[in-house]
Design a protein around this ligand. Sequence first.
Ligand code: GLA
Length: 655
Amino acid sequence: MKRKTLKGALTGVVSTAMACAVAAEALAAAVPTGMMLPTANAATPSVVIYSTDFEDGDVSKFSKRGDNDTSVLAAVEEATAPSGSKVMSVTERSKGWNGPSFDCSTNLEPNVKYIISVKVKAQWYNNINVSLQHTTAGAAEPSYTNLTKGVSDGSWITLETSFSFPETDKDVSVYIEATDAVDLMIDDFTIATAPDNLDFDAPSLKDVYADYFKIGTACTAGELAPKTTKDLIKKHFNSLTAGNELKPENVLDKDACLAMAADGNDTDPQVTLNAARSILDFARDNHIPMRGHVLIWHQQTPLWFFKENYDEEGDWVSKEKMLKRMENYIKNVFTLVKEEYPDIDFYAWDVVNECLVDSGTPRKPGFPAQDNRYEQSPWVQIFGDNSFIKPAFEFAKKYAPEGCKLYYNDFNEYMKTDAMIALAEEVNSDGRYLDGLGLQSHLDVSNNGDYDPFPTAAMYKKQLDKFCATGLDIQITELDATVENQNYEGQAQYYSDIMDAIVANKDAISAVVFWGTTDDQSWRADRDPLLFNKDYETKPCFDSIIDGIEYTAPEPTTAPPTEPPTSPPSKEPVTWGDANVDGKVDLQDAVAILQFAALPTKYELPAMGVINADIVDNGTSGVNGIDALAIQMIDAKLLKTNQLPITKEKLDSIN
Ligand code: GLA
C-alpha cells in the first residue's frame, strides 16, 4: 500500500507502552499484597489482582504441583533479593516439572486477559518456563502450554507474558519450572488484568478489503476467552481458524477409539469437537466463516493413531489399514461438523499440511520429535512416500460440507513453489479434488537485528504470481512477519509491500489470514509479528496495509448506547457490589466496574448492575474505580458485603 508518515502513530504506541510499563512498576512497588488499584493511561486500565514480594513471609498462595512433586516452598532472607530482603525459595525439586504453582481456577476469573510478571533466579545456566496447566472440557488429561521462557545464568531474570482461559477449562494453574531439578528463587510475582486499548473507531480490516478477499485470523480457545479479543475479531475479521483445536490431537477421541477397537473395529477413529467448542460457538453465533485446519499432518497427531490397537508401543499399521482409518477419520470429522454446526460456513479446509521439505521432496519416515527437528512423518513411515495425499483429497471431496473448498497448505512456499504446484496437478490428475493451495507466509522482517526481510517482497511477489497463474484458488493462510528491536516502521513497510503483491493478485486470492490476533499471543511472540500489540492497539503495520485502499465503510449496525438509569428500573432488591448481576460479589464485578467506568458505551453494565455497583459514597460520585477497589478489599477479606454501601472516609480508614 501507499506509505504515509507513521511517525505520529509510532510515538503514540511507544509512549503508551512506556506509560503502562511505568504504571505497572509503580504498582508493584506501591500496592500492598493482594490489593488492586486502577492504573492510568489505558482506555481500560490494568488491575493488579495479586502481587507479592514475599516480605510478609506468606507463600500460601503457591503450592507444589501434586503429590509427586517434592518441592519445598518457603519465604527466606536473600541478600540478592530484587526487592526487600525476602524471596520465595523452591528447594528439593527432583524433576524439571516440579515447582511453585498458582491456582487460577480459585484466584482468577475465566474470560479475562491477565499479565503475569515474575522474577526468577536459578543456580546456574537453566531454562526457566512460566507455563499454564489446564484441562479443557471433555478432556481426560490436562494440557500444558508454555507461556514464556528465559535463561537464568545465576542472575535474576524477569519473565512477563499474558494468558487467559475460558470458563470451560478446569484445574487451571500457572507454574514456574526449570528444565533441570535445581533450586529456584522467586520474587516480585504479580498478576494483573491486561490493559485494553481496542480502538472501536479504527477502520475494519474486513470492510477495507471487502471487495478483494476475506481477511481472517487464527486463535486458540484460551486466546479467544477475553471479551476484548472477541470484540477485536468481530470488528476486523470475516474468517476464523482454530489455532489448535481442529487438529487431530484435539479431535481424536482416544477413549472412544479404544472402546471401538475392543469391539473389533480399529479402523473407524472416533472424534469429538469438545476442544473446539468455544471457538465454533463463537463463529456460529457471530456468523463468522471458518477455515478448517487441519486433517492430515505429521505433527500434532498422536503416535497411537498410526499403531496397531491404537497402542503407542504397537507395530505401525499397514497401508491398507491406514487408508481405512484416514477415510473414516475424514468422514467422521465432516459428519460431526455438519451435524453439530450446520450453520457455520466452513468455506475452506486444509486437508493436508506440510508434506514437502524445502527442496520439494517428501519428508523422512518416522515420528516428529525435537531431535529430528520435527521433520519426520508417520504418514511417510506407513506409505513410503507422499502417496497418501491424493486419497486424502478424494475422501475429503466425498464428505466435505457443501461449499467447502479443499486446500494443500505449506510453509516456506516461496521456496517450493514448483513442487507444490506439481503436487496439486498430481492430486487433480483424474478429477478436481483439490481446490486450492494454502500459502502459510510466516515471514521475517529482520535478520540479526537489521532490516533484512526474508523473503524479500520481490521474491515473495515472484512466487505468488506463479501460484496465482495456475488457476487454482490461492489463500494466504498463516501470515505473520517477525521484527526485531521494535523496528515497527520497517515492519510496516514490509507488510505494505507484501500486501501490494497480494492485492495485485486479488482475482486469484480468496482469503488472507493472519496467524494470531495480538503480538503477545503469537507463536512468535518474542518478535512482535502481528497487526495489534498486546494492549490491542493497532500498530504501524495495521495502518500501512489499509493506507491507500478506497472503500466504503458500512453503516453501523449496533444500537446506540443507552444512558445509565438514575433510579432502580425494577423492583429487584439491591445487591451491593454485584455489578454484573450474577448473584455473587467477586473480582469479576471489580473488572466489570473498571471497564464500565473507563468505557461505559463499550462495556455496559445491566441497569441493576449500575445501581448495585455504586457502593462507595453512594449517589454522589457514580460508578468508578473506588467502587472496584472496595470489591477487591472484600475479596482480600478486609471488608464485608454487609458493610456496603460505605463512605470513602471509612474505606480509607480500613485500607
Ligand atoms: C504451522 C501450522 C499451524 C501452526 C503454526 C505455528 O504453520 O500449520 O497450525 O501450528 O505452524 O503455530
